[in-house]
Design a protein around this ligand. Structure first.
Ligand SMILES: CC(C)=CCC[C@@H](C)[C@H]1CC[C@H]2C3=C(CC[C@]12C)[C@@]1(C)CC[C@H](O)C[C@@H]1CC3
Ligand code: SAM
Length: 379
């Protein structure tokens, strides 16, 4: 076996063992806070240290290079420690969406997923790959909406287990399958999938040509890839300290080795052979309710009574309350050591995301729709 394959299998085995040690063997039966407090305390302390070890405030090239090289373990550790907070504060779809007047939070999230499926041209019976599938929220919604079959690929063992648990719980296991894997080197054969989509996941790649090249390889000739990509906008200036600070807050708080500009993403798609059919920032609009509103403290944007509880958890005050409660629980030994560092990092994420959104320096919904040529003659 070659060294690279051996390294990959060793890494997978270590991550699987660590996941069982951290989360136990009844993954999926709990979520949110109850899952959070039932973690193995010493393993959680190790997971937090692994996530934060490269986030020392440095944005020089050497620090960036270390984060890029450690992308797999860094992102795996990030989601080991934030998934329960994501579910508590946001639900089972880990992405942003546009909001319309009178539309509640979860309807907005589902519509955002429907729209991507529509742009990808997903048909009933298609075999579809979800790249970086989270705990399966979007895959469940898109499978129900289109009647397609989804394979969800995810590098985080905990999330794969939760996604498969949810698929059984909602009787979708005939349409959904979630597997462990690194989107930078997928285990799938060439020309396997009719369509591929990715929702706010490929931004974790150390190099976009890596993940886009794998997507190109596993997609059938003539197939479509649609993605909501996290990018810095054309307004972003890496040499501007204020701009770089916002990008760093987004990187550290969201487990992203490096935020790339939109143009880099578009070029990467073309470099691996795709024909780019659509390149549109869905956040560049005149919406009355901005995509980042849940992370502000602006109650005026809350559209329905049912959204009040969600908005409390995601708002500035709600985040402070959560951090304080986690701090007390950590003090009392109920929450694992390092948990307060995690909620503080998530608070930093929220601040950077809102600042980036307000200044239009960042978008979480750069829509690209790309097609693999029929003749697949990419040189
Ligand atoms: C990391 C990537 C590429 C995408 C995730 C997008 C969003 C789903 C998350 C980004 C920041 C997250 C925060 C929370 C939930 C999920 C996000 C919005 C919390 C509201 C969860 C509850 C915590 O107490 C505060 C968090 C703030 C950041
Ligand atoms: C913000 S979450 C979005 C999840 C899902 N697309 C959704 O919208 O709910 C990003 C996802 O990408 C996954 N991911 C990050 N790096 C990955 C990699 N190298 N290979 C596979 N999945 C990865 C994470 O584990 C996580 O599930």
């Amino acid at each position: 076996m070659s060294a690279t394959i051996q390294d990959t299998s060793d890494l997978r085995r270590r991550q699987a063992q660590f996941t069982e040690e951290l989360h136990g063997d009844d993954i999926g039966s709990k979520s949110g806070f109850s899952a959070f407090i039932s973690k193995n305390k010493s393993a959680q302390k190790e997971a937090v240290a692994k996530y934060l070890r490269h986030w020392d405030g440095k944005t020089d090239k050497e620090a960036e290079e270390k984060r890029l090289q450690d992308y797999n373990e860094g992102t795996h550790s990030y989601y080991n420690v934030v998934t329960d907070f994501y579910e508590y504060g946001w639900g089972t779809s880990f992405h942003f969406s546009r909001f319309y007047k009178g539309e509640n939070f979860y309807a907005s999230v589902a519509r955002h997923e429907h729209y991507l499926a529509y742009k990808a041209g997903i048909q009933e019976g298609d075999l579809v790959l979800d790249v970086g599938c989270g705990v399966g929220g979007p895959a469940s919604e898109i499978a129900r909406f289109t009647g397609c079959n989804v394979v969800g690929l995810n590098n985080n063992d905990y999330q794969v287990a939760k996604a498969n648990w949810n698929a059984k719980k909602f009787h979708l296991q005939d349409q959904l399958e979630f597997v462990k894997g690194d989107f930078m080197k997928m285990d799938f054969d060439d020309n396997t999938f009719d369509k591929v989509y990715a929702i706010e996941a490929t931004c974790h790649a150390p190099k976009l040509e890596g993940v886009y090249g794998e997507i190109y390889r596993v997609l059938k000739p003539g197939g479509t890839f649609a993605v909501y990509e996290w990018v810095m906008s054309d307004k972003y200036d890496e040499s501007n300290p204020e701009h770089r600070k916002i990008a760093y807050e987004i990187e550290v708080g969201d487990g992203i080795p490096k935020m790339f500009p939109a143009q880099v993403a578009r070029e990467a798609l073309k470099n691996v052979g795709f024909e780019v059919k659509v390149a549109k920032d869905l956040a560049d609009n005149q919406d009355e309710v901005p995509w980042y509103y849940p992370l502000t403290g602006e109650w005026k944007f809350v559209q329905t009574f049912g959204d009040l509880a969600t908005f409390f958890r995601t708002s500035y005050l709600g985040r402070k309350f959560t951090t304080f409660m986690v701090y007390l629980m950590e003090l009392l030994g109920i929450a694992p050591q390092g948990s307060t560092k995690v909620t503080l990092a998530l608070e930093e994420a929220a601040v950077g995301l809102v600042a980036g959104g307000r200044a239009k320096l960042f978008t979480p919904m750069m829509l690209f729709v790309a097609r693999k040529p029929d003749d697949n003659k990419h040189v």
